[in-house]
Ligand binder design. Structure first.
Ligand SMILES: Cc1cc2nc3c(=O)[nH]c(=O)nc-3n(C[C@H](O)[C@H](O)[C@H](O)COP(=O)(O)O)c2cc1C
Length: 267
């Protein structure tokens, strides 16, 4: 579980970034994560995914502010199990709420994810997700407050207007101490797979420009897509005893719009 860190171990600074890397290493070579899905990635569904070869998952997005202000919010909305390989995702627009929410879940997860990809009227009203990303001063204060908790902080973002812009953002997040990034290979203008194919090539360029691990996201819905992405990124799939994800190939078209198997891949 995520714990405080920052000591020197054999010349390597053992802090949250190191802790995240060690944890990823412990997950083995084929790191298929379940993506965060409001109304989807609850414990029952996460368990089904683990049984089918998914090695870790993100919780559905929670509001950091509600976690702090409403004593029942986490009891009602967070269903992690002891020792589960889960990252809890929050949206936040304020560093103080983010840090206090992290403190409430730090013993229940491997890290905490900040949603920087949410695009909706609600996100815009609250200054969350992609709208936080557009406010660099506020973004820095939220991220730094999270990093200061010593819990590994991860961020999920979309491709921005250009690869160069996305790389600059990724490098800033890395410099502030973020441990891992999930990149959804679509811009907000594309919104979902009906309006644009996820661009793995752009994600690869971002991956090459940062030192922290990257999770690919987008168009990873059926097993063939996941295997194609693993092959693209250099992780050759050797057909393990448990298949990496559900085999929904026969219902590909029908399932594309449902949150059944959306995944992230760590490379
Ligand atoms: C029903 C549903 C709920 C989602 N909830 C979240 C969420 O809580 N947090 C988040 O960052 N993304 C959320 N997403 C986005 C997915 O995690 C993922 O980035 C997106 O679906 C792109 O993958 P795809 O190409 O498989 O659709 C959600 C998507 C769907 C369809």
């Amino acid at each position: 579980m995520a714990a405080a860190g920052g000591v020197i171990e054999g010349g390597v600074v053992a802090g949250p970034v190191h802790e995240m890397q060690e944890w990823l290493r412990s997950l083995g070579a084929k790191r298929v994560f379940l993506a965060p899905l409001v109304g989807g990635s609850d414990l029952a569904f996460r368990t089904m995914c683990y049984e089918r070869g998914v090695v870790a998952a993100f919780s559905p997005m929670l509001y950091a502010r509600h976690a702090v202000e409403n004593p029942n919010y986490l009891n009602l909305n967070l269903d992690t199990q002891p020792a589960e390989n889960v990252i809890v995702q929050f949206c936040a627009n304020n560093g103080d709420f983010f840090a206090r929410a992290i403190d409430k879940v730090r013993l229940r997860c491997r890290g905490v994810d900040l949603n920087l990809s949410w695009t909706s009227k609600r996100a815009e009203r609250g200054g969350y997700g992609e709208y936080l990303l557009k406010n660099p001063t506020q973004l820095e204060s939220v991220v730094r407050a999270g990093v200061a908790t010593q819990v590994p902080i991860t961020c999920k973002l979309r491709l921005q207007a250009s690869v160069a812009e996305t790389i600059a953002t990724a490098q800033r997040l890395e410099a502030w101490g973020v441990s891992l990034l999930t990149i959804e290979g679509r811009t907000s203008a594309q919104l979902d797979s009906r309006r644009g194919i996820a661009n793995w090539e752009d994600i690869a360029q971002i991956r090459a420009a940062v030192g922290i691990p990257i999770l690919y996201n987008g168009d990873l819905v059926v097993r063939e897509q996941i295997e194609a992405c693993l092959a693209y990124t250099g992780w050759f799939v050797r057909h393990p005893r448990n298949p990496p994800t559900f085999d929904h190939t026969k219902a590909h078209t029908a399932t594309r719009s449902l949150p059944l198997t959306r995944a992230n891949l760590h490379v």
